[in-house]
Ligand binder design. Structure first.
Ligand SMILES: Nc1nc(=O)c2c([nH]1)NC[C@@H]1CN(c3ccc(C(=O)N[C@@H](CCC(=O)O)C(=O)O)cc3)CN21
Ligand SMILES: CC(C)C(=O)C(=O)O
Ligand SMILES: [Mg+2]
Length: 272
């Protein structure tokens, strides 16, 4: 063994054990090898190759245009860049239209990228799909509350679980997805009191985003965390750096220096 044996990659069993111990789980997105290496070295437990890459990397208005091939290309890059974090790849809009299609899509993701798990947006409608994937040995993260792939049906991005009917629906979805075999569940923009209640009611970890501090873990789009964006992040994201300002300053210096360092270079004298 070498002096510096690389630390083994975190497994779904490790994540389950963290929930058992009550230890918080830290998850961030990454979309390329460099960012994956950095967030991995900084100690995240799980990396999500989010379909938010549609917004953050590809410049789309929503996540709907993202393809399975897009997800596979970026997930393979994240795998190459990372060493320790458990890797989860989002299943994009249109890739999980029925259990068989979802299985075929997820098999491609696992075969072609080397990630450990997939994440699927949706509640009761996705229960048979989660069961099917789990029956085939695939590790699945569920995702309820604000599900951005349903933005047009939901009529925008807003908090979920505010009224009793919506809260009861979310409780039921969380129970059913745990029973279907999901090993974790993302709660996005679920009212904090309800998210805490759902967290206490489940054995699998809840991973919150915009859902308060009392989930078993937290996830965030890495660009929102480090201020690497040109439009304001969702209000739940509290940026801890202003990387956009650092980039603009460095590039501005470079442009200025490049133009200041030299006088004009004369063109060759034409001889014909
Ligand atoms: N940069 C980025 N961060 C994300 O968290 C993210 C993406 N992109 N793209 C895909 C989805 C879309 N998400 C979103 C987008 C908007 C809001 C939003 O506007 N939320 C409102 C709060 C709604 C309310 O309180 O009623 C906000 O004010 O931030 C939330 C999640 C989360 N995902
Ligand atoms: C915001 C997280 C949960 C996500 O699904 C994504 O980044 O695509
Ligand atoms: Mg997503």
């Amino acid at each position: 063994m070498s002096a510096q044996t690389p630390r083994k990659r975190i497994t779904t069993r490790d994540i389950a054990a963290m929930r058992q111990r009550g230890e918080a789980i830290a998850m961030l997105t990454a979309y390329d090898a460099t960012m994956a290496a950095l967030v991995d070295m900084a100690g995240v437990d799980m990396i999500l190759v989010g379909d938010s890459l549609g917004n953050v990397v590809l410049g789309h208005e929503t996540t709907l245009p993202v393809t399975l091939d897009d997800m596979i290309r970026h997930a393979a890059a994240v795998k190459r860049g990372s060493a320790r974090a458990l890797l989860v790849c989002d299943m994009p809009f249109g890739s999980v239209t029925d259990p068989q299609t979802a299985l075929e899509s997820a098999v491609r993701v696992l075969k072609e990228t080397g990630v450990e798990a997939v994440k699927i947006e949706g509640g009761l409608a996705m229960v048979p799909t989660v069961e099917r994937l789990v029956a085939h040995g695939i590790a699945v993260v569920a995702h309820i509350g604000l599900t951005p792939q349903h933005v047009h049906q939901m009529g925008g991005y807003y908090m979920h679980g505010k009224d009793e009917a919506s809260a009861e629906r979310l409780r039921q979805e969380a129970r059913a997805l745990e029973a279907a075999g999901a090993f974790a569940i993302v709660l996005e923009c679920v009212t904090p009191v309800l998210a805490a209640e759902i967290t206490r009611s489940l054995t699998i970890p809840t991973i919150g985003i915009g859902s308060g501090k009392d989930c078993a873990g937290q996830v965030l789009v890495v660009n929102d965390l480090i201020g690497l964006n040109t439009t304001p992040p969702p209000s739940f994201a509290k940026p801890r750096a202003d990387v956009a300002a650092i980039i603009k300053a460095a590039v501005g210096d470079y442009v200025g220096e490049t133009k200041a360092e030299r006088g004009p270079i004369p063109l060759p004298r034409r001889v014909d």
